[in-house]
Design a protein around this ligand. Structure first.
Ligand code: NAD
Length: 336
């Protein structure tokens, strides 16, 4: 049974969540194409949400890799309150792409980030998947317009770009290509919502979409400040997590500046601090990832985080992330 639960997040939004493992019809069978970092994560989420999952990946050790990967994300799925008993009972592997998608209701493709390969994969998928099947690619930046160039029905393909890892972070950027139909966009939005995600439909196709453009812009300045010796990596991380990181988890940049303007809101903020902000834009740094910069960044990362394994750090991050999601009323079980 589905058990909807309404709660009020700290930002005042009413959030309705479902704690059921029963999938919303008509999405029962999903095929995950490409089972690396993102494919395995999606597979874990889809299984925990009650779907039947078929994994397709040409590498011979795909099954072993996915099973190990699912074991690793189990604590996070449990931390989110998702059911994990018998998680892999509805999991199967099919190395031949056409057979893997033959009875799918949804295909989520997570192959390598290469246009030629994605075009080739999608040509096969559209020939073999049922007509009703929702077709989505996790690409981080290749427009659906380009991927769908060789497709007979480009209106069926949409970008469903998750923020890594998809089993944990809510955002999925739904990015239609020039020929993606409105119906496909709506179905993608419905599907990701049913999976407990927060889909955001972009109004225009831009390289890198939105979340990664923002990360890239901020990270350019981060690298610049470290290269210039203003702060070290760990000092910069501390600055972010104790200021804008906390703020943005709650409000986002625009809401934050609206509140930064006092009772006059954003208009007052822009009038008061806008000129200084604009002046600073002219003075922001640039950065490149040349050999010297990379050497510096790697050395500082080793000094700052090198005493612990990446797995241990990731587990600690995921526990903290779940706590934040719960505090904001945004985890599957919050308010239930
Ligand atoms: P990855 O290298 O970990 O996984 C890619 C997988 O595709 C591998 O398992 C590989 O064996 C498989 N593969 C290779 N050829 C294939 C084929 N012909 N058919 C099916 N599978 C094939 O990469 P990843 O980080 O999981 O990224 C996958 C996709 O997700 C990319 O499009 C990427 O841009 C996107 N994405 C990545 C992130 C991220 O942070 N890693 C975030 C969001 C989206």
């Amino acid at each position: 049974m589905r058990a909807p639960a309404a709660c009020t997040g700290s930002t005042g939004r009413i959030i309705t969540v479902s704690v059921s493992s029963e999938p919303l019809s008509p999405y029962r069978r999903v095929t995950v194409v490409g089972s690396g970092v993102i494919g395995t994560s999606w597979a874990g989420l889809f299984l925990a949400r009650g779907l039947e999952v078929t994994v397709n990946d040409p590498v011979p050790d795909a099954e072993e890799r996915v099973r190990v990967g699912l074991e690793e994300i189990l604590p996070t799925l449990e931390g989110l309150g998702l059911p994990t008993a018998g998680l892999t009972d509805r999991l199967r592997f099919e190395a031949e792409l056409a057979a893997a998608v033959a009875d799918a209701d949804v295909v989520q493709e997570n192959g390598p980030e290469r246009l030629d390969l994605k075009q080739q994969i999608w040509t096969t998928i559209e020939q073999s998947a049922p007509d009703h099947c929702l077709l989505a690619t996790s690409t981080s930046g290749i427009p659906a317009t380009d991927i769908a160039q060789a497709m007979r029905h480009p209106e069926r393909l949409v970008v469903g770009h998750p923020f890594n890892p998809p089993h944990l972070l809510p955002l999925v950027e739904v990015v239609p290509g020039e020929r993606t139909s409105a119906e496909t966009v709506q179905r993608a939005r419905d599907f990701y919502t049913a999976m407990g995600k927060k889909p955001q439909v972009l109004r225009k196709e831009v390289p890198g979409f939105v979340a990664n453009r923002l990360q890239a812009a901020l990270f350019r300045e981060c690298v610049h400040l470290v290269v210039e010796g203003v702060v070290t990596e760990s000092e910069l991380d501390e600055i972010v997590t104790s200021s804008i990181g906390l703020r943005w988890a709650v409000g986002g940049p625009f809401r934050t500046f609206h509140l930064g303007g006092g009772s006059g809101g954003l208009p007052q903020f822009l009038q008061h601090l806008g000129p200084a902000l604009e002046g600073l834009w002219q003075r922001l740094g640039s950065a490149s990832l040349d050999a010297r910069t990379v050497e510096l960044l790697v050395r500082q990362a080793q000094e700052a985080f090198g005493d612990r394994s990446v797995d241990a750090l990731a587990a600690e991050r995921d526990r903290a992330q779940i706590a934040v999601l719960k505090a904001l009323g945004e985890s599957p079980t919050a308010g239930a």
